[in-house]
Design a protein around this ligand. Structure first.
Ligand code: ADP
Length: 446
């Protein structure tokens, strides 16, 4: 097992990884920008290294500074968290070339899944159904029209390098197509430095359902059920739950088995998530995430496994030691993403935390790096806390979530807590009756 792990991240996820390492008896190294000198992940680490100024490109994305930090602290392995360098195949390869272990999948798998066109091809070849669309990249107007007429309008033009809901434009008919193509390419180039786009059928009312897997280096693979992440604003997840209110156990095991077989055939290792759109009883793959996800705690709450611990064990070459028959999903879990933002306009609201009280009690978990007096910097993502609640069933989970949201005090800045409380009172949400377009209608944005 590793003796020392460097965590190449910040905020709640850096703390999350640190906690798992601590419990495994592994020492931790925190890296941080000058804006994060007083951050919780820095305060609680065994060792710390400042890797640059506030902008992420100069610090948390600064590969040479991170590798230098790992060298001078004599770390054995690097955990990338999510975001930043977590899905950068070149970074993963460089980590290994410098003699450290990358706590994640092999660079080739990250690369394959990082391009959504090659990801769709790869999973289709191992038997996974995908959203109908172009076979590869689409560049010209005529080519786009051929594909769109073949699959039928409306269509979605998507960036091959996409992420974070960027570079995705809908075209309702052939007149809208050329402009949509141009816009999607422009957005893709600006966001990812790559204007490669492809076309998919735009699905009218699907749910976003994703399957979590764990795979070791010896061909042992298990799935941990699904998460429903249909509550989205601008293609960004706001609240996630497990299990999905839309699936029964038969459907769950069926899609789980399909994904496990695919993962085994691909020879993939570590945690991974297959994301699907689910409509009229059918699953359509959209992408694979080759990292720990923001919403992983809802899975942990229903399966009782620590996914970070499992990632670390797998990276250290330890076999899983259990099989699918040992995985038991129990109860229901929901995660609310709490952002430092205005609950009406969703504009970011960084600032100093004047007072802080986090909820507690049975079945309540808070993943956050906040404390009273902490200054939330304006350089990074606005996610400041995740409130995760577990109950014996969905109804108990909702009651507990309302109670916990009501207890949560984050003073000094605006947060999305009032928004979540409003959501908890909506009959459609309470009934689990929603799809990926529902939240924008709820917010009056559709
Ligand atoms: P990203 O990597 O940017 O998150 P995804 O491909 O994972 O992009 O899609 C993000 C979200 O966009 C999905 O969860 C879904 O809400 C919406 N979306 C993606 N593809 C389609 C589609 N073909 N039809 C309708 N909505 C889609």
């Amino acid at each position: 097992m590793f003796e020392k792990v460097l965590i190449a991240n910040r905020g709640e996820i850096a703390l999350r990884v640190q906690r798992a390492c601590n419990e495994m008896g592994i020492r931790t190294v925190a890296v941080h920008s000058t804006a994060d000198e007083d951050a919780m992940h820095v305060r609680l680490a065994d060792e710390t290294v400042c890797i640059g100024p506030p902008p992420a490109k100069d610090s948390y994305l600064n590969v040479s500074a991170i590798l230098t930090a790992a060298t001078i602290t004599n770390a054995d392995a690097i955990h990338p968290g999510y975001g930043f360098l977590s899905e950068n195949a070149d970074f993963a390869a460089m980590v290994e070339e410098h003699g450290f272990t990358f706590i994640g999948p092999e660079p080739d798998h990250i690369r394959m899944m990082g391009n959504k066109i090659s990801a769709k091809k790869a999973v289709f070849e191992v038997g996974i159904p995908v959203v109908p669309g172009s076979d590869g990249p689409v560049s010209g107007d005529e080519e786009a029209l051929d594909v769109a007429e073949d699959i039928g309008f409306p269509v979605l033009i998507k960036a091959a390098a996409g992420g974070g809901g960027k570079g995705m434009i809908r075209a309702g008919n052939s007149q809208e197509l050329p402009d949509a193509l141009k816009m999607a390419k422009g957005e893709a180039l600006a966001a990812f430095g790559d204007d490669e786009v492809y076309i998919e059928k735009f699905l009218h009312g699907p749910r976003h359902i994703e399957v979590q897997v764990l795979a070791d280096s010896f061909g042992n693979v298990v799935h941990l059920g699904e998460r429903d992440c249909s509550l989205q604003r601008r293609h960004q997840k706001i609240l996630e739950e497990a299990p999905s209110p839309a699936l029964n156990d038969d459907q769950r095991q069926r899609i789980g088995r399909v994904v496990v077989d695919a993962i085994r055939e691909l020879g993939y290792r570590s945690v991974g998530t297959f994301e699907f759109l689910y409509q009229d009883g059918e699953f359509y793959f959209i992408e694979m995430n080759t990292r720990l996800q923001v919403e992983h705690p809802v899975t942990e709450m229903i399966c009782g496994l620590d996914l970070v611990r499992e990632m670390v064990r797998i990276a250290a070459g330890t076999p899983l030691g259990y099989g699918q028959e040992d995985i038991h999903l129990s109860g229901h879990a929901i995660e609310c993403r709490i952002n430092a933002e205005n609950p009406e306009t969703f504009l970011p609201s960084p600032g100093r935390i004047s007072d802080y009280h986090s909820p507690g009690g049975l079945g309540v978990r808070v993943d956050s790096a906040l404390y009273s007096g902490y200054l939330v910097p304006n350089h990074y993502d606005s996610l400041i806390a995740k409130l995760i609640v577990h109950g014996a069933n969905r109804n108990e989970c909702l009651m507990r979530l309302r109670r916990a949201l009501g207890e949560y005090v984050i003073g000094g800045l605006e947060t999305s807590i009032p928004f979540h409380l409003r959501l908890m009172a909506d009959p459609d949400f309470v009934n689990g009756d929603y799809d990926i377009h529902w939240l924008e209608r709820f917010m009056g944005e559709a």
